[in-house]
Design a protein around this ligand. Structure first.
Ligand code: KG4
Ligand code: ZN
Length: 328
């Protein structure tokens, strides 16, 4: 039996989770509301908030799991990628715990963890599977051959899908992060009301920077009050365009690899338009689709814990000299 305490602090959520033999016992997240007033995550404020939250969140996660710190077999943390000041808080905390308790330390890659979040729950996908990983910082198609054998076969050449949502929302005057708000307004809008240009990018790669420009030019041509009067239609059309860009490449990846087990991961996989369109396309194409529960889509330590469990089984431990990295 292996019980793992995991800490995630790569961006603006302080999260701690406990898992036993790959099964999540607790997964708690303290969000940082402070960034909303600045229209984006302020790195310095994020690290300060992590320092305030980390002890209570870890305590609460252990309590909820019915575990104590001394009964834990390993301490895991997010090592990369992310905001360096935020990563440092989690890494230093995990290293101090591991050192003082004499427990092994496990370093986890945030993007690998997003993919492996699909393994949480009673009906995990079979390997190999393709995973569309869509977050605020990344957009990737990953070929997962085994838990620790993941290959990125396509990715964005500029903005991530989450940024496309958030930047579009900003143009519509919506507060940060705008992705979930676009999702909410889109429910009452017509996805075909407005058409925005889709990029022509080779292979399995993505581009989203042109979409923002296309929306900006479109809005500049409209009368005052246009956004307020047409918000649901605008949100539905923007969401539809982003979802189409993602699903077209996913379909191409299935054709190229022959793999029909399909997963999604990352904050944008919480988007209801994407989830519904993926299920529909999956049924039409004969794919076996798997969508993680909402709490494991956005940043959370549960996904770090599960990834750490596979690293624990493989004996992949980190030394005390390890330091976090903002990039891969
Ligand atoms: O994975 P994540 O929580 O953090 C990163 O690692 O980046 O992803 C955050 C991103 C943000 O851009 C946010 O707007 C987007 O996920 N997001 C959504 C939804 N929920 C979160 N975008 C569209 N619809 C949603 N429902
Ligand atoms: Zn993430």
């Amino acid at each position: 039996m292996a019980t793992i305490l995991a800490i995630e602090s790569s961006c603006d959520e302080t999260s701690a989770a406990v898992c036993r033999d790959g099964k999540i016992l607790s997964n708690l997240i303290a969000s940082q509301a402070i960034h909303q007033q600045y229209g984006g995550v302020v790195p310095e404020l994020a690290s300060r908030a992590h320092m305030q939250h980390i002890v209570p969140v870890v305590d609460a996660a252990l309590l909820k799991a019915g575990s104590t710190i001394s009964s834990v077999d390993a301490i895991a943390f997010t090592q990369a990628p992310g905001l360096i000041g935020s990563l440092l808080v989690g890494a230093q905390f995990a290293k101090s715990l591991a050192l003082s308790l004499g427990k092994p330390l496990i370093a986890v890659h945030h993007m690998q963890a997003h993919v492996l979040a699909n393994l949480i729950g009673d009906d995990p996908p079979a390997f190999p599977f393709l995973c569309l990983t869509v977050s605020g910082g990344h957009t990737q198609i990953v070929l997962a051959k085994a838990p620790l054998d993941l290959e990125v076969i396509g990715e964005t050449i500029d903005d991530a899908a989450g940024e496309a949502f958030d930047k579009s929302a900003k143009l519509l005057g919506l507060p940060y992060p705008g992705g979930p708000l676009i999702d909410r307004y889109a429910k009452n809008g017509d996805p075909l009301a407005y058409k925005f240009a889709e990029p022509q990018i080779p292979e399995l790669n993505f581009s989203f920077s042109g979409l923002k420009t296309s929306i900006l030019y479109f809005l500049q041509k409209q009368e005052p009050g246009f956004i307020q009067e047409n918000l649901p239609d605008l949100c539905a059309s923007i969401q539809y365009t982003i979802v189409q860009i993602l699903l077209k490449k996913l379909k191409k990846a299935v054709q190229q690899t022959g793999v029909k087990n399909i997963c999604i991961a990352g904050g944008v996989s919480a988007n209801s338009g994407l989830r519904n369109a993926l299920l529909e396309m999956g049924m039409k194409q004969g794919w076996k689709t798997h969508i993680p529960a909402f709490e494991y889509c956005t940043d959370n330590a549960g996904m770090i814990a599960v990834t750490a469990y596979y690293k624990y089984l493989a004996g992949e431990f980190a030394g005390m000299e390890i330091s976090p990295s903002a990039r891969n």
